[in-house]
Design a protein around this ligand. Structure first.
Ligand code: HEM
Length: 227
């Protein structure tokens, strides 16, 4: 299915110059995923290196961090899986994404005129979503192994080592994606932060960054630039 033929998300509608990009449920789940992830990031790094243990001290000490880390991890996983329910259809890779993928160097160099029109989410945002989704699943599975490590019989002790390896690898993969996500969302594309916090974007923002989505939600051709 091409992005231009995708069914408009029910989350999106217009109000004056503003277009709703994220409804309340989407913003709340994004916030819950962020709270869960940031807590796990800080405490996980504290467990990983003694040089970073001060991060655990900030949240109440090693024992407190160890107790809450898996619970905040569950919050992150549940919110991320819920995102699949909210955004799954918008995150499907389409034919339009292939052209966008080829033009990614132009996007990185901010050469907007040479970047093909994107749907509600561009190819980079979709890859980030799937990285976080599968990362969350791997972190959950390996995390359960570490949470209930005494339940793993000694004859299967290799499972403990596997759980540590998978947990650390998945954590670093998501950290790389997360750093790019925050940089892109907050610094590279001004207006995105307002969208994820308050919900709305201007028509101009939607037209410039997600033209196929803009055309879906306004159900009209793109007016000339400057209007
Ligand atoms: C401090 C932490 C975070 C900040 C500042 C942040 C910022 C943003 C911003 C500005 C947007 C809107 C982008 C747009 O519509 O153009 C967004 C969307 C999104 N965020 Fe986050 N985010 C954070 C944490 C997370 C976490 C932990 C996840 C984990 C699943 C996540 C997943 C997403 C997804 C899937 C979207 C929609 C697609 C995209 O824009 O990449 N975010 N975020």
């Amino acid at each position: 299915m091409s992005a231009s033929r995708a069914i408009p998300s029910p989350a999106t509608h217009e109000s004056g110059d503003s277009i709703v990009r994220y409804n309340l449920s989407e913003r709340v789940h994004h916030l819950l995923a962020t709270v869960g992830y940031l807590y796990c990031l800080a405490t996980g790094l504290a467990f990983w290196s003694p040089y970073l243990f001060w991060l655990a001290v900030i949240v109440g000490g090693g024992a407190t961090a160890r107790f809450w880390h898996p619970w905040f991890g569950l919050l992150f996983v549940i919110a991320t899986v819920w995102m699949l329910r909210l955004w799954g259809s918008d995150m499907r890779i389409t034919e339009a994404d292939e052209a966008w993928k080829k033009a990614m160097p132009h996007y990185v160099r901010n050469e907007d005129a040479r970047v093909p029109a994107a749907g509600r989410f561009n190819y980079g945002q979709k890859i980030f979503f799937w990285l976080m989704f599968w990362g969350a699943i791997l972190l959950l599975l390996s995390g359960l192994g570490l949470w209930f490590v005494e339940s793993i019989p000694f004859s299967l002790h290799w499972l403990r080592l596997l759980a540590v390896f998978v947990h650390v690898t998945a954590a670093f993969a998501t950290i790389a994606g997360f750093m790019i996500h925050v940089y892109m969302g907050v610094i590279m594309v001004p207006g995105g932060t307002n969208a994820i916090v308050r919900g709305g974007v201007s028509r101009a923002w939607a037209r410039v960054h997600h033209r196929l989505w803009y055309e879906q939600v306004t159900k009209g051709p793109t007016p000339p630039a400057g209007k």
